[in-house]
Ligand binder design. Structure first.
Ligand code: NDP
Length: 324
């Protein structure tokens, strides 16, 4: 049994490797190689919750579960908003083989998933990236998007100017990248090739009226049906893709809101990103399309990333069994 914490995970799974691992996981998901009942989100004292995400990738030799605390107010206390563990099992013996710290693994795989979608859907050569929200997910999005795009400018916005400033300071100088704090979400979106919403907001912070032809949008932050970071117009104007159809039908607030309001019909959801990667569904058709990837996060990403970390740990003599 390996017990691996954040530092071990981040050193064993460089973001470039994680992107390829998640790319393969999304193809496996859309090839029906992943067993994954819908995740459970159990309410605790509001607004806190516990999430349970089970799954199996038997053809990849593993199954497991992510169990995590969702405490959206923790940022104000200097604590992470997500905390928990992924427990990975060997599918042949049924033995538990690893426990991995889930906060770092989640941030890595979530950013990697956005990078995979951006690589597939954004206009080639996209250089300007807007981040709405500057928390933990946003940080890894910077590194992941730089791995797939020639980023030259980051346009940052969140509600609190000090948070944006400390995020930019934490990023430090990025070779060839201008990092700019913007006064409003609309200012951040203006001139961006790729827009990522990575906030804890439950109400729209991105309006479709602000978008221009050619942009690609990753909607990452809203994870339950009652929350949406983008308004109906973002959905209506876009070629709209998701990570997993089943979870989108239950938990993608932006999609469900647009459907319920009669703004779009079922056929507006064009497919899973894995279907685009497999060539079964066309992604971007023209440079003028607005493309959207709705990310809810999937157990396939957790299991695949956890398996990749474990393999690296097993291959290296200098990683102790317990490194938390
Ligand atoms: P953090 O707490 O680290 O950061 C949250 C960010 O959201 C901060 O920049 C905060 O900045 C901003 N924010 C909070 N409330 C609002 C609001 N009402 N309007 C606008 N901005 C707001 O959280 P994480 O980065 O870890 O997570 C962000 C979101 O991503 C969460 O909702 C989480 O559930 C989701 N998530 C999604 C995953 C996926 O796979 N799709 C995986 C993991 C997380 P400020 O207060 O300055 O505005």
């Amino acid at each position: 049994m390996r017990v691996l914490g954040a530092a071990a995970i981040e050193s064993l799974l460089p973001i470039g490797h994680c992107i390829e691992v998640v790319d393969a996981a999304m193809r496996a998901l859309s090839s029906q190689q992943v067993l994954s009942p819908l995740r459970t989100v159990m309410a605790l004292t509001a607004p806190n919750a516990m999430g349970v995400m089970p799954g199996a990738m038997l053809e990849h030799g593993c199954f497991g579960v992510k169990v995590l605390a969702l405490y959206p107010g923790n940022g104000a206390l200097g604590l992470p908003s997500h905390a928990g563990a992924v427990v990975l099992f060997d599918a042949v013996s049924g033995a538990p083989v690893a426990v991995l710290e889930s906060n770092s693994l989640t941030a890595l795989r979530t950013a990697a998933a956005s990078a995979v979608a951006t690589r597939a859907l954004a206009r080639p050569g996209s250089r300007v990236v807007a981040l709405l929200g500057t928390g933990h997910q946003a940080l890894w999005h910077v590194h992941a998007l730089r791995a797939v795009l020639p980023v030259t400018r980051l346009q940052l916005w969140s509600r609190t100017a000090e948070n944006v400033a400390s995020f930019a300071a934490h990023l430090g100088p990025l070779d060839g990248v201008e990092v700019v704090a913007m006064g409003s979400a609309q200012d951040a979106v203006n001139g961006a090739d790729v827009v990522c919403t990575v906030s804890s907001s439950r109400e729209p912070i991105l309006q479709g009226a602000w978008l221009v032809p050619g942009q690609h949008v990753n909607l990452v932050g809203a994870s339950v049906a009652a929350a949406r970071e983008a308004d109906n117009e973002v959905v209506r104007r876009s070629r709209f893709f998701v990570d997993a159809r089943a979870s989108a039908a239950a938990q993608a607030g932006e999609w469900l809101g647009a459907l319920q309001d009669g703004v779009v019909g079922d056929s507006h959801l064009l497919g899973e990103i894995g279907e685009v990667l497999l060539g079964r569904v066309p992604g971007r058709l023209t440079d003028a399309d607005i493309t959207v990837y709705k990310s809810l996060g999937h157990t396939a990403q957790d299991l695949a990333a956890a398996g990749a970390v474990l393999r690296q740990a097993q291959a290296r003599a200098d990683v102790p069994n317990i490194d938390w």
